[in-house]
Design a protein around this ligand. Sequence first.
Ligand code: PDD
Length: 291
Amino acid sequence: MTPYVADPVYLNGSFLPLAEAGVSPLDRGFLFGDGVYEVIPVYSRRPFRIDEHLGRLQATLDGVALPNPLAVDDWKRVISRLIAAAPWDDQSIYLQITRGADDKRDQPFPLASIPPTVFGFAGPLITPSAEQRARGVAAISVADQRWARCDLKVISLLANVLARQQAVEQGCAEALLIRDGYLKEGAASNIFVVRGGLLLAPPKTRLMLPGITYDLVIELAHTYGQPLEIREIAETELRAADEVWMTSSTKEVLAITTLDGEPVGDGRPGPIGERMWQWYQDFKNTVMRKG
Ligand code: PDD
């Protein structure tokens, strides 16, 4: 076991140690990035919004014409077994399906008789540190160079990888992706903006991943009466924001307090983001940890 991957992992119907899990170099995930994935947070050994995560996995599989190799109940059984075997109470479950390994390298789909490669593992859930939460994190903005189906959670993430690397090289935690003058999301997160007490969220289009955390944040805004507008956010509005946050299964709700070296608002995590983080924790602790 590595500190980040629990044994056993799941591979093609078997549970086995990571060191014994192997796939062919002809796997289409390896050759073409031809596959999909999902990341599911686990709190107190309970998977968070599992039906929503498995629903998004199905939507992505449909979007790339890859048959789902497992029924929902079978996915749940795999996930339960990974959770039970892992040493941590809070975890992150990674699932990946590729279009399998043919006996050649050829772009069109292989014969239906070629089985997909199905992989899953549990890792520890690494949420932001107390210091990151207290100070917020820095981000850069970059041009969104991804393809036109960013609503699909596919493993071909090169544009995201390059954007994120650029951020890291500048000492930043995230890269905000701007397309045609509008904020879409982060390289691995959704982005919310606050202006004058109003919470702004970019709409779900083909140019943004429909985040499970994004949906919960919007639900919580409705529940607690936080004014919210779902609409395109111009880059100029992003730069004039009082607060900017990133949301994801692992980052939860995290303030971005510096953008391209300039302070966001007063340069500290803002009150609406703080409230949203608390609502998120309350939701987690009541709905999740107490069952
Ligand atoms: N990333 N947008 C992108 C591009 C993402 O990669 C992610 C998640 C999100 C947030 O989605 P959710 O709230 O469902 O986690 C938005 C995962 C965590 C990852 O790639 O590791």
